[in-house]
Ligand binder design. Sequence first.
Ligand SMILES: [Zn+2]
Length: 467
Amino acid sequence: MTILRCTQCSATLKPYPPRYKCEKCGGLLEYALDFEQLRGIKLDGALSFWKYKRLLPEVKNTVTLGEGGTPLHKATRLSKKLGLSAVYLKDETRNPTNSFRDRCAALMVSNALDLKHNSMVCASNGNLGASSAAYCAKSGLTCHIIVPKLVDMGKLAQMLIYDAILDEYGEIVDDSIERAESLAAETGWYQATAELNPLVIEAQKTVAYEVAEQFGVPDWFVVSMGSGGIIYSIWKGFKELQMLGRIETLPKMVGVQAHGCAPIVNAHLKSKSKPTVVHKPSTHALGILVRNPFNGIWALKALTESKGIAVSVSDSEIFTAEQKIARLEGIFAEPASSATIAALEKMVAQGTINKKDSVVCLITASGLKATDVLQALTKKRKTAVVGLELSTKEKILRILSRKDTYGYDLWKKLGKTMTRAAVYQHLNELSERGLVIAYKRERRKYFKITKRGKRALQAIDELKMLL
Ligand SMILES: [Zn+2]
């Protein structure tokens, strides 16, 4: 049994539709278990997400693609390399769309079906978009995804093949979230944005349940932080198991962010209870590129309550770690999750962790989703410059170097993978930099590459030959 409760004024509200803000005081809402009723319940069956159905908010439909029940690998070679005795990797790449977000999509799409919705909307810079698209496809729902300009190519490919309707909005996911909130209010679509639907925290806590069954309670649990939701979910999962009398101790939580975008880490180091907003955030680990973390307060709570620590790591440390887990353990993790290994190395170097301590690192998603980053890495460039944005501008210049054309035609030639507004935005930026010019022909606005644009293309080609 679960209720929806305000974390500020403790008001109890009806559980559905899921919403994140208290109508009375504006506080954040959270589902809570009725521990009295659940004490001693039996959870039978093989390890899977739905095994824990009775510890989740109630749903009648149960949509599944086989999520959860992911392996917990003992990372023997990695442990040895780090000088530790027991490092484990919780391998969420093994979910149906290769990320932990499949747990969330399974629960939310089930709930959306219960509530008789035909369409859902979510803002996502990747994994949740891919998961929602797949589970909507399975259930016959229309999936709208608001994506920011910076998004991993592999994740975009997943959203497209599952036939989601994409709308590019904003530079990073923070902007897209606002758009998704207003869209759902206008249209009545089911709100599946992670930050705006408290079912997400519930779905993700099953990671902790599984680890407790597979291993028990580790001394440390290392998780990367974007909006801060997943670290809180895992902490919550362990606390619930303790309340239910199933475990005795709790892990110390370690929250990891990138140097260039560390609002939660910075706040924790300064003992603040709210995240410090980052003005110009940057990291190539796009899964954790969040300027103003929505669940930051909760992430800080998990860090403080568990007597854990917060660590930030550089992009190059992340890439080195990504290669290390792949070469030593055969796991290809996305940059955001490789950050956990980079952080673990720091903890060892700083003497924060004892040799005998047990550690679980959460591998949130597959590296195949973010190969654009890897491509840059293998070319041994210092920074990954072949992100989506640059490659689109390069593509536009190449098309225009063959023939002048207009915006709509360019959009078609680019494969319709983005909104037309985004194509015009690129054209504006290219013309501001003097790489293309616009002119009128047959009442249409045509674009032409300039001499400077041709030189830029040439420079790109020369650079590619060198690398
Ligand atoms: Zn309230």
